[in-house]
Design a protein around this ligand. Structure first.
Ligand SMILES: C[S@@+](CC[C@H](N)C(=O)[O-])C[C@H]1O[C@@H](n2cnc3c(N)ncnc32)[C@H](O)[C@@H]1O
Length: 303
């Protein structure tokens, strides 16, 4: 349990909400950060929050922040107007806060002092907490495609052959692909990597298999320790902090190539419009389209 008195959630923006040098990071998307749920009740003097865009996830974080603040502790929350920022004031008022609101750089910034008796915290925390959902798998609002199987993942699951040897799942999410890969007795080891701590926690609960190893890290870092793999499976991300970032998927492809042995296979699914062919051809000896449907493409790329 943390003893720090100030915290922030998500990348700081000192223009929108100054963050004290000693503040601890509590976002699940920052490797090594403290889990906001593990902070003791009424132990923080201040918290700054880059509010998540998803409603259930955002209310969960705001509720935990109010729970963790001392009475009259200061909460600052900000978000782009079109990604939840416009709703922040009302949401904090519904928790019983008196809210000051301002605008800057297309963001709404809300400041509130924690009331003596906030309302509705337990409900918001329960609604956003880890739970079992689709196919009885553990998941949490905020994690990628948290309550349903992604159609791209479904296509990859459909065409994936029985794999063998040691491999990795880059951006594993809650473990949909890994579960299927590990159904093959010929797989000797699988390293699951994700940047989202909530996804790794869920994957750990979903996959009880001694061949699985779980790594909370950026694939671009974790891959440095992976080498001579027989296979990599991935449904790479293409959004970073809201916008489309094709270079992230391209970085996944490059790190997969660096982690595979010669002759090893990358199995990748992506939205049809994403420009991955050129980089696949640049880093792999043989690339083949292994499946296509509903706007998604699966590639098998052999190193
Ligand atoms: C499109 S989702 C696929 C999730 C899962 N494999 C599935 O098919 O349901 C991409 C995943 O990559 C993770 N991710 C995003 N950026 C990452 C990075 N730099 N390193 C590792 N994982 C990352 C996201 O948290 C997300 O779980």
């Amino acid at each position: 349990m943390s003893t720090a008195r100030t915290a922030f959630y998500g990348p700081a923006d000192h223009d929108l909400a100054p963050v004290a040098a000693e503040a601890i990071q509590v976002s699940p998307l920052v490797v090594g950060a403290t889990d906001v749920a593990s902070i003791a009740d009424q132990s923080l003097d201040a918290i700054a929050i880059r509010a998540p865009a998803g409603v259930v996830e955002r209310l969960f974080v705001l509720a935990h922040a109010l729970r963790a603040l001392t009475v009259e502790g200061r909460l600052t929350a900000f978000g782009p107007k079109d990604r939840g920022g416009l709703r922040l004031k009302k949401e904090l008022e519904a928790f019983g806060c008196v809210v000051g609101e301002s605008s800057k750089k297309h963001n709404r910034i809300c400041v509130a002092l924690r009331p003596a008796e906030p309302v509705g915290l337990a409900e918001a925390i329960e609604a956003g907490a880890p739970r079992r959902a689709s196919d009885d798998l553990w998941t949490q609002p905020g994690v990628f495609s948290w309550d349903r199987l992604d159609p791209g993942t479904a296509l990859l699951l459909k065409v994936l052959p029985e794999l063998s040897g040691a491999g990795a799942d880059f951006g594993c999410g809650i473990g949909w692909l890994a579960r299927s890969v590990l159904a093959s007795p010929k797989v000797t080891k699988l390293t699951l990597v994700d940047l989202d701590r909530r996804a790794i926690d869920a994957a750990c609960r979903n996959i009880e298999d001694t061949r699985a190893e779980f790594v909370w890290d950026d694939v671009r870092q974790a891959a440095l320790t992976l080498e001579k793999l027989d296979f990599v499976v991935t449904n790479p991300p293409f959004h970073e902090t809201g916008g489309e970032d094709r270079s992230l998927g391209q970085a996944f492809i490059k790190t997969a190539a660096a982690s595979l042995r010669k002759g090893g296979d990358l199995w990748l699914v992506a939205n049809r419009h994403l420009p991955y062919e050129a980089i696949l051809n640049e880093h792999f000896a043989k690339v083949r389209l292994a499946g296509e449907t509903n706007g998604y493409k699966v590639y098998e790329a052999r190193k």
